[in-house]
Design a protein around this ligand. Structure first.
Ligand SMILES: *Cc1c(COP(=O)(O)O)cnc(C)c1O
Length: 423
C-alpha cells in the first residue's frame, strides 16, 4: 500500500465527504513554492497551503530558529511564567501593528484567536455590570470552526447543523461596491435594536467567501459608528495579516483602528500552529480590578509556546527584509497584468486584485455552491496540471507564497486560462 491508500484506512480529513472523495495525493517534500507527492509529481502551491506559507516550504531560516529554540527551551507554561521569545515577539508586534494595539494574548489557531476576542468582548461589558449579548458580523464572513467563531461566520453548509447552539449574531451585508449605504444602515439598525458587544469583520477581503473585496472608506465609516455607540470592533486579520494585501496588515489602509485584532495563518511562516489576539490598553484595563472575577478566564496548554514564538520572530524578520516588499510588488504587478489580459475573456464575469491576492469569477448559470460540480471540475483540472488552487464555487483565486518565481506564477495563470476552456 502506498501512503494515499494507508491514509484512507485511518485519517479523517477536514471538509471531506469520504464516501465520494477521490484519492488525496501524499506530499512527501516541499521547497519554496513547490510540493512533491510520493509518485514524484510536482505541484505549484498557488494558495500557500491555505494562506499560511509566505516564505516558502521548508524555509531554512525559520527552521534554524525553531531548531535553536527546541534545543534551548522548547516549552514552558505561560500561566505563572514568561520567557524571552514571548517578550521579544511582543516588542516586535508593537513595532509592526497599528499603534493602538498594545496587549497580546496567545493561542493556537485562527478560530481560538477569534474565540478569545469574542469572550473578551462579552466580558469587557460584564465587568462593567452591563449585559451585552449580541455580535454583529458580515453575511458571508468566515471566522473559524469553533462554536463562537462559527456563530459569527455566515450561515452555510459549514454551520447549518449547529445553528440552534450558537450565540446571538446579527448579520449585515458585505459592503461591496454599491452596497455601502445598505451595510451602514444595517449596522445602525442592529446597534439600535440589540445589546451589541462587538462587530467582527475581515478587513477589506473576505477570504473563504472567495476573496470578496470592499473599500477601506466604508470600513472606516462602520468603525466610527461602532466607536460612537460603545460597540467594540474586532478585525480578523487571520488571512489578511503579514503582507497579503500589500501592507503588513489590512487595517493599515484605514484611518480608524479596531479595538482588537486576530492573527494566525502566516504568523509563523506556515511552520508552527499559533495565533495571537491583540488588544488596546483600554480593553486590557477593563479586566483589571481588585476582584479575581474580572480576569479573562481563558487559556490553552500551549499558550505562547516558545518554539512558536521563535518561528514567528524569524518569519517577521523575513517579512521586514527589503526583498519581501520587492516580492509583494512583483506579484501584485503580475496579477494586474494578468487581470488586464483575462478580464475581457467571455468566460470571466469579474476580476479582483489586492496585494498578492487575485480572484476571478467564472461566468456560470449554476455554480451549485461551494463544493458544486463546477468547483470540483476546476479543482481537479488544476491538480491534474500540477497546480494547487481551491476555487470557491465559481471563484478561482491565487494567493501564492511570496517567493513564487515569475515563471511559476505564469504557469499558474496559463493553467487558469486553460481551465476557462473546460468550464
Ligand atoms: C482561516 C481563518 C480563520 C480560522 O483559522 P483556523 O486556524 O483555521 O482556525 C479565521 N478567520 C479567518 C479570516 C480565516 O481566514
Amino acid at each position: 500500500m502506498n501512503l494515499t491508500e494507508k491514509d484512507k484506512l485511518y485519517n479523517w480529513h477536514p471538509y471531506t465527504q469520504h464516501q465520494i472523495a477521490q484519492d488525496f495525493p501524499a506530499i512527501v517534500k516541499g521547497k519554496d513554492a513547490l510540493l512533491w507527492d510520493e509518485n514524484g509529481k510536482e505541484y505549484i502551491d498557488g494558495i500557500a497551503s491555505w494562506w499560511v506559507n509566505p516564505f516558502g516550504h521548508s524555509n531554512k531560516f525559520i527552521a534554524d530558529a525553531i531548531y535553536e529554540q527546541l534545543t534551548t527551551l522548547e516549552h514552558v507554561l505561560f500561566g505563572g511564567f514568561t520567557h524571552n521569545k514571548a517578550v521579544q515577539l511582543a516588542e516586535k508586534l508593537v513595532e509592526i501593528l497599528p499603534n493602538n494595539q498594545q496587549k497580546f494574548f496567545y493561542s493556537d489557531n485562527g478560530s481560538t484567536a477569534v474565540e478569545v476576542a469574542i469572550k473578551a468582548s462579552f466580558q469587557y461589558f460584564f465587568n462593567q455590570g452591563r449585559s451585552k449579548n449580541t455580535l454583529i458580523a458580515f453575511e458571508d464572513a468566515f471566522h473559524g470552526d469553533t462554536f463562537g467563531a462559527m456563530a459569527v461566520s455566515g450561515i452555510s453548509l459549514f454551520t447549518e447543523a449547529f445553528q440552534d447552539a450558537l450565540i446571538q449574531v446579527v448579520r449585515i451585508p458585505v459592503p461591496v461596491k454599491g452596497k455601502e449605504q445598505e451595510t451602514l444602515a444595517s449596522l445602525q439598525k442592529a446597534i439600535e435594536q440589540h445589546e451589541v458587544a462587538a462587530f467582527i469583520f475581515e478587513p477589506l477581503v473576505l477570504g473563504a467567501a472567495g476573496m470578496v473585496m470592499y473599500e477601506p472608506e466604508i470600513l472606516d465609516e462602520l468603525l466610527v459608528v461602532c466607536q460612537q455607540n460603545n460597540v467594540l470592533t474586532i478585525a480578523d486579520e487571520v488571512m489578511t495579516g503579514f503582507g497579503k494585501t500589500g501592507k503588513t496588515f489590512a487595517c493599515q489602509y484605514l484611518k480608524n483602528q479596531p479595538d482588537m485584532m486576530c492573527l494566525s495563518k502566516a504568523l509563523t511562516g506556515g511552520t508552527i500552529p499559533m495565533a495571537i489576539t491583540t488588544f488596546t490598553n483600554q480593553i486590557f484595563d477593563g479586566f483589571k480590578s481588585d476582584s479575581v472575577n474580572h480576569a479573562l478566564f481563558h487559556g490553552h496548554t500551549f499558550t505562547a509556546n516558545p518554539t512558536g514564538c521563535a518561528a514567528a520572530l524569524a518569519s517577521i524578520e523575513i517579512l521586514q527584509q527589503p526583498k519581501t516588499s520587492v516580492d509583494l510588488e512583483r506579484i501584485h504587478q503580475h496579477h494586474l497584468q494578468f487581470q488586464q489580459r483575462i478580464q475581457q475573456h467571455p468566460k470571466v464575469a469579474t476580476t479582483r486584485v489586492l496585494g498578492v491576492i487575485f480572484a476571478l469569477e467564472v461566468v456560470t448559470d449554476n455554480p451549485q455552491g461551494y463544493y458544486g460540480n463546477l468547483r470540483n471540475r476546476l479543482y481537479n483540472f488544476f491538480i491534474q496540471n500540477g497546480i494547487i488552487l481551491r476555487p470557491v464555487g465559481g471563484t478561482i483565486y491565487v494567493l501564492p507564497p511570496y517567493v513564487i518565481t515569475d515563471e511559476q506564477l505564469q504557469k499558474v495563470y496559463q493553467t487558469i486560462e486553460a481551465a476557462l476552456e473546460i468550464v
